[in-house]
Design a protein around this ligand. Structure first.
Ligand code: 5AD
Ligand code: SF4
Length: 469
């Protein structure tokens, strides 16, 4: 595999990357930092120290999208302050807003030097050089460098790997993007337009990256994809490998203790993947499987390509394979045409499934999606009221799920010191945060912890001797 030379230069510049949106953006922000490291940029958490600020943006809902422009206003001020002190600041907009709006961003916010989409991260060093050259032009001639192409080449093959120490500093858990894009075209969603068609990384590339993460101390990997369970990567023989089989291959990596994946579409939950949940102890019993609505009428209008009954039957099959599977979901309230009865169907499906956690959103009209031109847009006040009712229901379920852990002993991946001195923090198999007292040497281990209580968003535990199911 071709790789850019990753020998680090002595860092002379600082980059501050602000990440909005989903975990894929978190992964991408780290890849951008890795791409910049060989060019003398070290990451900083202090925006005031930065020579370069990159906003890795999200376009999924209007609110997320608009945040970028208010942040650019603040950055313009910071740039002015720095220039007054004889310094400077370069500003780049990356991610899905950049992909969707391209040149328009530079027109609305001339302070921006670079606009580039998720498929162009490996070209970041070159774009920076171009942007730096343009800085010497008269302001009337200065234009941002814009790159929102979907290139032929494989960006992953051109992105440098993180150095071992960098991976280690990022923690014991890591994201690994295996799939990008979406072919599902849910009628509310911009992703198929911003991230393009479904593409899977080749098996060897995924295994290679996973091994490198594990060698650097990572114990848990979360495979990422906009439609991760639609993964169909090719192996060395050119054979199509699905996510279930990929999980089996990853399970062979010695030192990898836990595997998760997100986000999945119900239609792509195939038998092999469900069987992997039965057969592979490292595949954690927590699954994010959005249904969006519990009403067949709305599911159809959303173009989800499945019914309520099919979703419930699928949950049944998954729970047969892995009885302790905890589920999480996404819900949209106030999709065009959603009546009180449709909304009641959504509450009913939530009661029927019983979620360990859920994300819920008011429908946000996205230009260019089929949903934007549907009749029956729902009143904002109605959306707000429905969202509150749904969130109350889910909060109760989450509380009950957490409470059901009290008295059990769970294997906890111990990740970091806790908030209080002498405390440690980690995660249960069900992705719950767990806090307990213990020695720092245990960080990195999976250790049994007896759950003795719950607080708002986490479990309280005490170190135990053995793990009971
Ligand atoms: N409005 C509200 N929520 C949306 N989502 C996607 N598009 C929209 C939209 N236009 C939600 C879905 C999806 C999650 C990532 O964001 O629930 O699963
Ligand atoms: Fe968007 Fe639907 Fe694709 Fe998920 S499956 S990314 S909600 S279009």
């Amino acid at each position: 595999m071709s790789r850019i030379d990753t020998k680090p230069q002595t860092p002379s510049k600082r980059v501050f990357i602000k990440t909005y949106g989903c975990q894929m953006n978190v992964y991408d922000s780290d890849r951008m930092a890795d791409a910049l490291a060989p060019h003398g940029y070290a990451p900083t958490q202090q925006i005031a120290d930065a020579d370069l600020v990159l906003l890795n943006t999200c376009h999924i809902r209007e609110k997320a999208s608009e945040k970028v422009f208010s942040e650019l206003g603040r950055l313009k001020e910071l740039q002015g302050e720095k220039r007054a002190m004889g310094g400077d600041l370069m500003i780049g907009v990356a991610g899905c807003v950049a992909q969707a709006e391209g040149e328009e961003i530079a027109r609305r916010a001339p302070v921006v030097d670079l606009v580039f989409g998720p498929q162009a991260y490996h070209r970041l060093p070159v774009m920076l050089e171009q942007a730096a050259a343009r800085r010497h032009l008269h302001p009337s001639l200065k234009r941002a460098v814009v790159d929102t192409d979907f290139p032929e080449e494989d960006k992953f093959a051109h992105l440098p790997a993180a150095r071992r120490e960098v991976t280690l500093a990022r923690g014991l858990t890591a994201f690994l993007t295996v799939q990008e894009g979406c072919d599902k075209f849910c009628s509310f969603c911009v992703v198929p337009y911003t991230r393009g068609a479904e593409v899977s990384r080749p098996v060897a590339q995924v295994l290679d990256e996973a091994r490198r993460l594990v060698d650097a101390g990572v114990r848990e990997i979360t495979l990422l994809g906009q439609n991760v369970n639609a993964y169909h990567g090719l192996d060395a023989a050119g054979r199509d490998v699905g996510l279930g089989e990929l999980a089996h291959l990853l399970a062979e990596i010695s030192g990898l203790e836990r595997l998760r994946y997100t986000t999945s579409h119900p239609r792509d939950m195939d038998d092999a993947l469900i069987a992997a949940h039965r057969d592979l102890p490292l595949l954690m019993p927590y699954l994010h499987l959005p249904v969006q609505s519990g009403s067949d009428r709305i599911l159809k209008a959303m173009n989800r390509k499945h019914t309520r009954a099919q979703y419930l039957a699928l949950i049944e099959r998954i729970r047969t394979a892995r009885p302790d599977m905890a589920l999480s979901g996404d819900f949209i309230v106030g999709f065009p045409g959603e009546t009180d009865a449709d909304f009641e169907d959504t509450l009913a499906i939530i009661r029927e499934v019983g979620y360990a956690s859920a994300y819920s959103f008011k429908y946000s009209t996205r230009p260019g999606t089929p949903g934007a031109s549907l009749d029956g847009q729902v009143d904002e006040a109605v959306k707000t009221e429905r969202l509150h009712r749904l969130q109350d229901l889910v909060a109760g379920q989450m509380q009950a799920f957490n409470a059901s852990m009290v008295g059990r002993t769970l294997p906890v991946l111990i990740e970091r010191p806790g908030r209080e001195p002498g405390q440690l923090g980690g995660r249960s198999p069900y992705l719950q945060a767990v806090h307990f007292d213990g020695p720092a040497e245990l960080i990195g281990a999976i250790h049994p912890v007896e759950i003795v209580g719950i607080s708002t968003n986490s479990l309280e535990g005490r170190l135990a001797g053995s793990v009971a199911a």
